[in-house]
Design a protein around this ligand. Sequence first.
Ligand code: SF4
Length: 455
Amino acid sequence: MSQGHPQLAEKFASNVERMKWHDKALWFVRLKRDVQSKSIDEWEELRNTADKIKAHTLSNLDTYLQTFEENALKRGIKVHWAKDAKEHNEIVLGILQSCNAEMIVKSKSMLTEECHLNPFLEEHGIEVVDTDLGERIVQFRNEPPSHIVLPAIHLKKEDVGTTFEHFLKTEKGNCDPTYLTRAARAHLREKFLAADASMTGVNFAISETGGVVVCTNEGNADLGASLPKIHIACMGIEKIIPRLKDLSIFTRLLARSATGQPVTSYTSHYHAPVEGGEMHVVIVDNGRTKILANNKYIKSLQCIRCGACLNTCPIFRRSGGYSYGYTIPGPIGSTLGPSRDLKKYASLPFACSLCASCSNVCPVQVDLHQELYLRRQDVVEAGHLDPTKHNILKMATWLMRHPKLMDFAGLMARKIVPLLPRAILYSKFNAWGKARELPPFPKNSFKELYKKRRG
Ligand code: SF4
């Protein structure tokens, strides 16, 4: 049986120093986001508007997608439709084979991660070079991204130094970030110049114009899409927005929420092929229409992949991206994963304290904690709950339905637990006590105190 979130989280948390450092690094990004969001008075108005635009677009998705296709075709862009990951990968391979491409440069795209495109193309003899710095680092290490915006956030500069020593022959022991970045830039520049084709993700596809918009901080998408003659942009069906003027709402929200910047360094519009070249847009469903048809979870399709819910989540910060076992980790992944396979990702909705911080920071108002709460109910109803947890919850439910017994159990706990030796109280069977200390037990129950104070 594959390991669930608790087991994978335990592995990550066993390195306490790394866990604390990961937590601190992401909290730093969260605080930057707070400063930027508070720097504009109309922040909540922007969030409300973004929510309305997304909700409206999702209710008219067929119309907006068709209009997008018509307008893109008029601009000389070739549009392809893929019902699932397999079709997506085959379409991309077909385009690359038609132009005899042997090497492609690719900027960050969680969709291609979701479709496992890199191994597929490599199996067919096509070299794929991820050009986002963090993505290139994890690609060298044969690891998936651990965060949707900061793919190598789980690594320290020393890890990057040793990785580059091995792959780029940098100086031994030199982990100066500027030195390493320059080494990566020189390496990638050669790849950009030699590439036969490029791939990018899509942050927003504008129905009204038939073009796509890609936001990056490194300019790697721009170099990729400008140098080779073939540009393939891959997007999920939910990336569509109706009008060009809607874009400013999202670009103002995206960078502030993602990295605490007022705007990304590059917000690039691709509205036609380069001269003498080809531009392809692959529009992918891969399970999205299933979510669209489900009112309980439809809002998760509003996600603009800013990563703010990951940065704020107390569970994600302390358990790392790989503990989710799904392409997209954190609160948004914990609702998207189960929509793909409820049994396989049954532990993810429980990787949540229901503190609702994710919903509060989400720039497009995805009701994440509510979705996770509902997902838990789906897991229980489908019989996928971990048997230990299931039995404990059944016992707790029974006890709570018998107030007198509940009072008695509370009294016993207050009297007996403080007398138990540590060896019993914090034994290996007490998973809760592994990283926590029990607070001192009060003399009286809440009920007793309440009655006393009410006279
Ligand atoms: S759910 Fe919201 S906060 Fe989380 S990544 Fe998506 S847009 Fe950002």
